[in-house]
Each structure stands twice: as structure tokens, then as C-alpha cells.
Design a protein around this ligand. Structure first.
Ligand SMILES: Nc1ncnc2c1ncn2[C@@H]1O[C@H](COP(=O)(O)OP(=O)(O)OP(=O)(O)O)[C@@H](O)[C@H]1O
Ligand SMILES: O=P(O)(O)OC[C@H]1O[C@](O)(CO)[C@@H](O)[C@@H]1O
Length: 329
């Protein structure tokens, strides 16, 4: 057994639906081990500024169903400098923290890794981001909700596309990862999915896409055509692509950028359950004396992966692309 007394939690990077459910599970499970629990506000900013609150069962009641994060999230440029990292490590010592749980994306885990070099306590990561771009877990907290939110929007856009016989380019988030676009596209029956993972040569990809689209629209007397596009996947914007499509096909094309709506809203059941499982698993890892890893889920089993390996998503993305190609109709 470790001599763990005081556990801290922070949420960092883009907020994701289900982060609150993770804070709840972490807090309740840590309290059941009789650990004290504190939450730093605003990601690494709160850590550097020693801005924190004690967390009790009462603090985390009534939050499992809420989007956002009660601890607030942020990006913290100070962590990109040695001085900032040293300050954060110093705060952990001053606040008598024995273990820190970081809920965030792979950038947040790089921060955790950097911290580990200057602080002797235990560090555990929980994957929380709508992007699902982290190695070592099949899903990140927030991904399931973000797909459902995108899907709801795409379905609505399909209605107006149908009514006006227009085509729509719908841009979804994901940073540099196309998994959100692929899964939302698959679930909405989008005619085209555009993401980096599917593009080798942008011009060739676009030429083929335009021709395929023109042929399909020629055959359909009352055309509606939806393209789901991952942000940052092309060198042109969604609106520029829509303009090019209008010109090539002669069918009126519009763009819609879903944006931050995908980060908000009540977490769906899948994210609440995942967050609860990972929250409990993180505390169990701490109780065993583990540190320097992220907890994840694969084939319904809890896994751990060193922070250093969480950003290596190449093989994982290839698996997703293979699955996508298999299911596209
Ligand atoms: N190389 C790094 N060294 C130290 N800290 C880092 C590093 N990269 C990121 N961080 C810290 O983690 C924070 C969050 O990182 P980032 O903005 O990449 O988001 P993320 O955790 O990947 O989540 P998401 O992709 O969902 O927004 C940064 O603002 C910074 O404080
Ligand atoms: O909130 P910001 O800093 O604009 O970041 C937006 C990015 O964060 C995410 O929402 C989560 O990583 C990405 O999908 C998006 O590219």
C-alpha cells in the first residue's frame, strides 16, 4: 500500500462532456479510500497559481449529468517553459499533494510527463477530449457525446439540404484527427467523408470527389448530398470547398461549421460510464503505487499506457480507416 494521503485533480485542454462524471468518480472513490481530495481550477493555470478547492461528496453531487467541468479547463502556455513547470511542481509540494490526476488530451499528458521530472509524487492521466486522438484507449471521455451532437446537427442539415436540393459541407472538430468526422459521417450516412487519414494527395482526392459527386447528382432527380469534413483536413476552408463544388456540379452548395457546440451538452450514457470506470481505475492505480501512466479502456478492460506513448496514434488511426472502408456503403 502507498502512503497516499492527498490526491489532486485537474481538467486541462478542451473541455469534454463527461469530465464532471470523472471528477465525481475520482472524488467518491478516493474518499472511500479515506484520501483527501482537492481540485485545481483552470487546468495547469490553477496548479501554478495554487488556486484550488477541497472536494467532498457534497461538491460532486448533482454533476454526473452536466457538460463542461466544475473545475474549469484551460490551456496554459506557462507549462511550455521550464520556469512554469518548476512553478507547478513547487505548488504541488506547497499544497502537500501526494498524487495528481490529469484529465485531458495528449498535450495535457505531455505537461504531466514534464512535471514528473521535477516532482516525486504519483501522476495518473485520464483521457478526456472530444477528439478521441489518444493512443492506449478505444475511446476518450466526451467522444461519444460529441458524435451524437454532430449527428443531430447533420441530420437537421440533411433536412434542409433535401428540401432545397442543395449540397452541404459540414465541418466537424477533431483537431488533427479525423475519427470524429469518420464516425459522425458513417452514422449520418454522409455521401462523402473528408479527413487527413483518407487523403494522400489533396488535389487528386478533390478531383475524384468532385467527379463522383457530379455523377451521383446527375443520376438523382432530387439531389441532396452531405459531405462531412474534419477541421484542418484540407488547405481550403469548408466554404471554399462548397464554392468549388457549386461551380463543378452546378448544384448550389453551402457550408456549415459545427464548432464548439460539439464540446457542450449533457454527456451521453457511454461517456458517463467510461468516465466512472476510468475515475475508479485511476484511484486503484494510485492505491497500488502506480504513476506515470494514463488509464484507458480496450475490449472492455482497463489498460494503462505510459504518458510518453499516448500521442502515438498512427496504428490506431489505420485501424479506424480500415473499419470505415469496410462499412461505407
Ligand atoms: N509539450 C508540453 N510540455 C508541457 N506542457 C504541455 C505540453 N503540451 C501541452 N502542455 C500543457 O497541456 C495543456 C493542454 O494541451 P493541449 O492544448 O494540447 O490540449 P490537450 O490536452 O491535447 O486537449 P485537447 O486536444 O482535447 O484540447 C497546454 O495548454 C499546456 O499547459
Ligand atoms: O478551444 P480552442 O482552444 O479553440 O480549441 C479548439 C480545439 O479543441 C478541441 O475542441 C478539443 O481538442 C478540438 O477539437 C479543437 O480543434
Amino acid at each position: 500500500m502507498s502512503k497516499l494521503k492527498r490526491v489532486a485533480i485537474l481538467t486541462s485542454g478542451g473541455d469534454a462532456p463527461g469530465m464532471n462524471a470523472a471528477i465525481r468518480a475520482l472524488t467518491l472513490h478516493a474518499l472511500s479510500h479515506e484520501y483527501q481530495v482537492v481540485g485545481f481550477y483552470g487546468g495547469y493555470n490553477g496548479l501554478i497559481d495554487e488556486d484550488y478547492t477541497e472536494l467532498s461528496a457534497a461538491n460532486v453531487g448533482d454533476i454526473i449529468h452536466r457538460g463542461g467541468t466544475i473545475l474549469k479547463s484551460a490551456r496554459c502556455p506557462q507549462m511550455l517553459s521550464e520556469a512554469g513547470i518548476l512553478q507547478a511542481a513547487n505548488s504541488l509540494r506547497k499544497c502537500h499533494i501526494d498524487a495528481l490526476v490529469v484529465i485531458g488530451g495528449d498535450g495535457s499528458f505531455k505537461g504531466a510527463q514534464a512535471l514528473q521530472e521535477h516532482w516525486q509524487g504519483q501522476l495518473i492521466g485520464i483521457p478526456g477530449t472530444i477528439d478521441n486522438d489518444i493512443n492506449g484507449t478505444e475511446a476518450t471521455i466526451g467522444f461519444h457525446t460529441a458524435i451524437d451532437t454532430a449527428l443531430d446537427c447533420i441530420d437537421k442539415i440533411r433536412d434542409t439540404a433535401q428540401a432545397f436540393e442543395r449540397t452541404f459541407v459540414v465541418e466537424v472538430m477533431g483537431r488533427d484527427c479525423g475519427i470524429l468526422a469518420m464516425e459522425a459521417g458513417l452514422a449520418s450516412g454522409a455521401e462523402q467523408i473528408i479527413c487527413k487519414e483518407l487523403i494522400e494527395d489533396e488535389q487528386a482526392f478533390l478531383d475524384e470527389l468532385k467527379e463522383e459527386m457530379a455523377q451521383s447528382l446527375r443520376q438523382d432527380k432530387h439531389p441532396s448530398y452531405v459531405l462531412v469534413m474534419a477541421e484542418h483536413s484540407l488547405s481550403i476552408s469548408a466554404q471554399q470547398l462548397a464554392d468549388q463544388l457549386s461551380e463543378y456540379t452546378g448544384v448550389d452548395s453551402r457550408s456549415a461549421i459545427l464548432g464548439y457546440v460539439q464540446r457542450g451538452g449533457a454527456p451521453v450514457a457511454g461517456d458517463r460510464i467510461l468516465a466512472t470506470q476510468l475515475g475508479v481505475a485511476a484511484i486503484e492505480q494510485l492505491a497500488m503505487g502506480t504513476g506515470g501512466v494514463m488509464v484507458g479502456i480496450k475490449n472492455n478492460a482497463i489498460t494503462t499506457i505510459p504518458f510518453a506513448d499516448t500521442a502515438n496514434t498512427q496504428t490506431r488511426n489505420k485501424d479506424f480507416v480500415a473499419r470505415l472502408k469496410q462499412y461505407r456503403l
